[in-house]
Design a protein around this ligand. Sequence first.
Ligand SMILES: *[C@@H]1O[C@H](CO)[C@@H](O)[C@H](O)[C@H]1NC(C)=O
Ligand SMILES: *[C@@H]1O[C@H](CO)[C@@H](O)[C@H](O)[C@H]1NC(C)=O
Ligand SMILES: *[C@@H]1O[C@H](CO)[C@@H](O)[C@H](O)[C@H]1NC(C)=O
Ligand SMILES: *[C@@H]1O[C@H](CO)[C@@H](O)[C@H](O)[C@H]1NC(C)=O
Ligand SMILES: *[C@@H]1O[C@H](CO)[C@@H](O)[C@H](O)[C@H]1NC(C)=O
Length: 487
Amino acid sequence: MSIRSLLAIVWAVTPVIAETIHGVLVFTRHGDRTAKYHSGYQMTNLGASQLYDSGRFYRQRYVENGAANRIAGIASNQVNNQQVWARAPDQAVLYQSATNFLQGLYPPLNELESQSATKALTITSNTTGPLNGYQFILIHGEGETDPDTIWIKGDDACPAYSRASESYTASIEYKATLDKTSDFYSQLANLLAPVMGEENVTYKNAYDVFDLLNVATIHNGSIVSQITADDLDQLRYFANEYEWNHNFNASQPGRSIGGMSLAGAILQRLQATIDTSAVRNKFQLMAGSYDTFLAFFGLTNLTAAGENFYGLPEYAASMAFELFTEAGDLERPASFPTEDAVGHDLKVRFLFRNGTDGSDELAVYPLFGGSELAIPYGQFADILGSRAINSVRQWCVACGSTQDFCVAANATSSAAIGPSSKTTAFSSRSALSNAAAGGIGAGITLAVVAIIGGVLLTVLRKRKQSHAMTVAYAAEKRSSGSDSDSV
Ligand SMILES: *[C@@H]1O[C@H](CO)[C@@H](O)[C@H](O)[C@H]1NC(C)=O
Ligand SMILES: *[C@@H]1O[C@H](CO)[C@@H](O)[C@H](O)[C@H]1NC(C)=O
Ligand SMILES: *[C@@H]1O[C@H](CO)[C@@H](O)[C@H](O)[C@H]1NC(C)=O
Ligand SMILES: *[C@@H]1O[C@H](CO)[C@@H](O)[C@H](O)[C@H]1NC(C)=O
Ligand SMILES: *[C@@H]1O[C@H](CO)[C@@H](O)[C@H](O)[C@H]1NC(C)=O
């Protein structure tokens, strides 16, 4: 561990002075699950408990009465649904992760009431809700065919990502590791030969090999004695290298499209807090996969803050973004900065917690290769925005995607600028706004509007018809453990 990350941890536990937290956004990994290799994998009770514990942890830090870092004005016991916002992909493991986290963030009301020494809690009706006053919090579920699916699962159904990511296996670096590790993997081949075939127990399947044996050491007593802790560490190390390279390469932006989309989502959601002067969206949650974490770590230079960021995050690991001002305190929170002052007075702090054990600290790290542990929101939004995918259309172009929702977006681009245009995949301006900036004629504009309208209608009609099919297909894909899922 570097000195800098030690310092970061010390910072995290030091009580804060003259500070008001206005909003927090958390992105979490799922909890313990069965091996991804097998179809129909699912969260375990252990995984559900990890997420629940993580929710409790964030509750103790940001929500409950007397919390040291309580978000200004957040409801402590009875959830205020305008203050909490959540999103997860329509995939069982990730959706359940968000659910279990929120169960910990706002536990059943009756449980809180009986624990609470004060009588401040009011239950507005005489009827107690089911499950001991279970608190319902809406989670926006994003299906694979919803445009909003790109924000958390930007690497799924993205041909440019798949190409860039897979190109790792053609690199000299890959071949070197494959050769270097063949003896090591062959020593373990007998353990997994019945599952995946002896010839497949190599670096070529570094993640699956690690995942299968990691899951087995947690859940299968008869395996524990057959694999040493050192071997498991070694397998993790190779899985780290394999997954890192699939999701980040400074000279191949395509490998990090998932991280770029997440960056766009983070900016949108923080903006959603800011737009309401933090009256709404005080605590926000998204659940996603390790590959998105890795791509994001690379994009934001977190590996410069600590070598550990090259590694796969633990189950239920989470990263958090705090929006705060350097004024006020818990008793007298400072008011939210005015519109003019937000870019400068509102600050962003990045934190990461690598798991849910009591010893796992939520530590602060500097972003973008700098040394500041908090930066003004304006600076944060400028830098992250320049590395992010900020619209569905930008994603469609970057990915070269043929998703239904991209048909409309792509038609818009080509109608506006013509097929010979040379828009680069990562230009932050969309094709249409370039054309608009250059001044397109009113006639063309009308034609474009007509085309978009037509395409949208077609897409909508098509979507209605194919909805049932899509649902069936998605269920099938999930239960077959499709290789694009990486949870
Ligand atoms: C990173 O990308 C460059 C340029 O495409 C390539 O030469 C190199 O082999 C890649 N490195 C890895 C580890 O994939
Ligand atoms: C090895 O993996 C390949 C690709 O997944 C699969 O087709 C093949 O059946 C596997 N070999 C064995 C012996 O299971
Ligand atoms: C545990 O591992 C053994 C092989 O060592 C295997 O035969 C058995 O099916 C595994 N049990 C479970 C529940 O996965
Ligand atoms: C999280 O923990 C895993 C497993 O111990 C490790 O490989 C990884 O580097 C850690 N990540 C960070 C950012 O600490
Ligand atoms: C941040 O990462 C990018 C991409 O790898 C790199 O080009 C840049 O030099 C890094 N910046 C700092 C300050 O570390």
